[in-house]
Design a protein around this ligand. Structure first.
Ligand code: T3D
Length: 264
């Protein structure tokens, strides 16, 4: 697929996906959401990709659903329903991100609003520039939080703060987001992408299969009993224990040398 609304660049095992509709603060139209789905699908199949970065071009990260295309959709002869649109677009992107067994790091370069904030929360590690901000913008236009926001936000920052953000639709600064545990760290704007790239390159030489499996286990555990989580950990450890990278990790430890992981 030729991408027109996202940029796609790979270096040292790290695939950087840049949302690229800067004039619209990278709001997602159907084309961008299809391209994102495809990019995450391909990243899952490509063994040379061992970590991903998601960021935005220009001054915004992502302003959520493109509202001009919502109006076009509503005015068309055969409007697609909101529910069906979500199922076909944002929901698929979010599922692909969570099911991708590779670490996804977010470099939030500016405002992340509505489903744009949902994209941030679907990443595994979240870094932001000092001038980034986060808005549960849905209520401001009479919609409910979607694309996983109702699921992720209370889990990340607790139900009290999540409900406040969702009900008020107010803008939360990067420093507040850091204090609340929504993001992992903040950097000056001109250092953000380099800082995130360094961290992604470090992850790209780690045991990729183990990272993928721990992502699965951690997501499963958020909705399971302790006994279920124990059982699932045992199942997935069975898989991790059979990887070449596990054998390499043990050998390197015993031989007192640095491990060389191949991601398999
Ligand atoms: O079925 C479904 O698809 C439902 C799915 C819903 C998922 C959702 O995400 S709903 C929430 C949608 N997003 C919003 O409601 C946010 C709308 N944007 C804003 O509130 C503001 O733009 C921001 C607070 C994010 C940033 O404000 P500011 O002052 O920094 O920038 P701005 O001037 O408002 O925006 C700059 C340009 O981007 C402007 O275009 P222009 O006038 O220069 O040509 C603006 O129209 C455009 N833009 C910003 N957000 C969107 C957008 N264009 C289309 N859709 C947007 N969401």
């Amino acid at each position: 697929m030729n991408y027109e609304t996202i940029l796609h660049e790979q270096d040292n095992g790290v695939l950087t996906i840049t949302l690229n509709r800067p004039d619209k603060l990278n709001a997602g139209n159907d084309q961008m959401l299809e391209e994102l789905q495809d990019a995450f699908r391909q990243a899952g199949r490509d063994a040379s990709v061992r970590a991903l970065i998601l960021t935005g071009a220009g001054r915004g990260f992502c302003a959520g659903q493109d509202l001009a295309s919502v109006r076009e959709r509503e005015e068309s002869a055969e409007p697609v329903s909101y529910g069906e649109h979500l199922r076909q677009s944002w929901n698929r992107v979010i599922s692909r991100m969570r099911n991708l067994e590779k670490p996804i790091l977010c470099a939030v370069n500016g405002v992340a609003a509505g489903a744009g904030m949902s994209l941030v929360m679907a990443c595994d590690l979240r870094y932001a520039s000092e001038n980034a901000s986060f808005i549960q913008a849905f209520v401001n236009i009479g919609l409910i939080p979607d694309s996983g926001s109702t699921w992720n936000l209370p889990r990340l920052i607790g139900p009290t703060r999540a409900m406040e953000m969702m009900i008020t639709g107010r803008k939360v600064s990067a420093s507040e987001a850091l204090e609340w545990g929504l993001i992992n760290d903040i950097f000056p704007p001109d250092q953000l992408i380099d800082e995130v790239r360094q961290r992604a390159e470090q992850l790209a030489i780690m045991p990729t299969r183990a990272i993928g499996l721990l992502k699965r286990a951690a997501d499963y555990a958020t909705n399971s009993t302790l006994d279920e989580a124990l059982e699932y950990e045992a199942d997935l450890q069975e898989l991790a224990g059979r990887t070449a990278d596990h054998k390499e990790g043990v050998a390197a430890f015993l031989e007192k040398r640095k491990p060389e992981y191949r991601g398999a």
